[in-house]
Ligand binder design. Sequence first.
Ligand SMILES: CSCCC(=O)C(=O)COP(=O)(O)O
Ligand SMILES: [Zn+2]
Length: 205
Amino acid sequence: MSLTARWLELAEIKDELAARDWFPGTSGNLAIRVSDDPLEFLVTASGRDKRKRTPDDFVHVDAGGRLIGEQTGKPSAETLLHVEVFNRTDATCSLHVHTVDNNVISELHAATGEVVFTGQEIIKALGFWDEDAVVRVPIIENHADIPTLAAAFAPHIHANAGAVLIRNHGITVWGETPAAAKRYLEAYEFLFSYTLKLRALGVHS
Ligand SMILES: CSCCC(=O)C(=O)COP(=O)(O)O
Ligand SMILES: [Zn+2]
């Protein structure tokens, strides 16, 4: 697929996530693979309002997250997390968003280092069709130093699809295809929202 096609694909996902208000305060970043050998990807430019669509929304980077050729933009400050995903898997898309729900869930379950879901129909959207399927989302501590954060994140990347919560920061979700990554992100956010609503009603799952 061409660079332009990938750009448009990521722009469309960005618009959809923006419509959900999942980029408050310029938070969040998105990445899409554009080639395998050498590994290259597009990543959102740092510090931008991801609700707006502009010609400078993404930058083209190499396997280390460095700009390729002459470009004016600056890669996302959290590019190294996407670097880990693309170098360790065949995932084609990696999405990072900050929502109130994912932050609260990460804080509530930080002590156990994971949040576990079962008995939910939406789990099928994650690719688990078994009635007794159990989904575990690891929670790592937040680190202002991004290489340290990336080092804590990397051991949780086991497959072409996955998700990691970063405590009081956000979630990073990746998938085999851009559509799959978006579907997984939506399913995780559904599970977080459902769990918090139950808690607010005094039910502790
Ligand atoms: C404004 S939120 C702090 C940085 C962050 O966590 C984030 O997701 C956005 O950083 P970027 O450099 O990708 O804009
Ligand atoms: Zn972030």
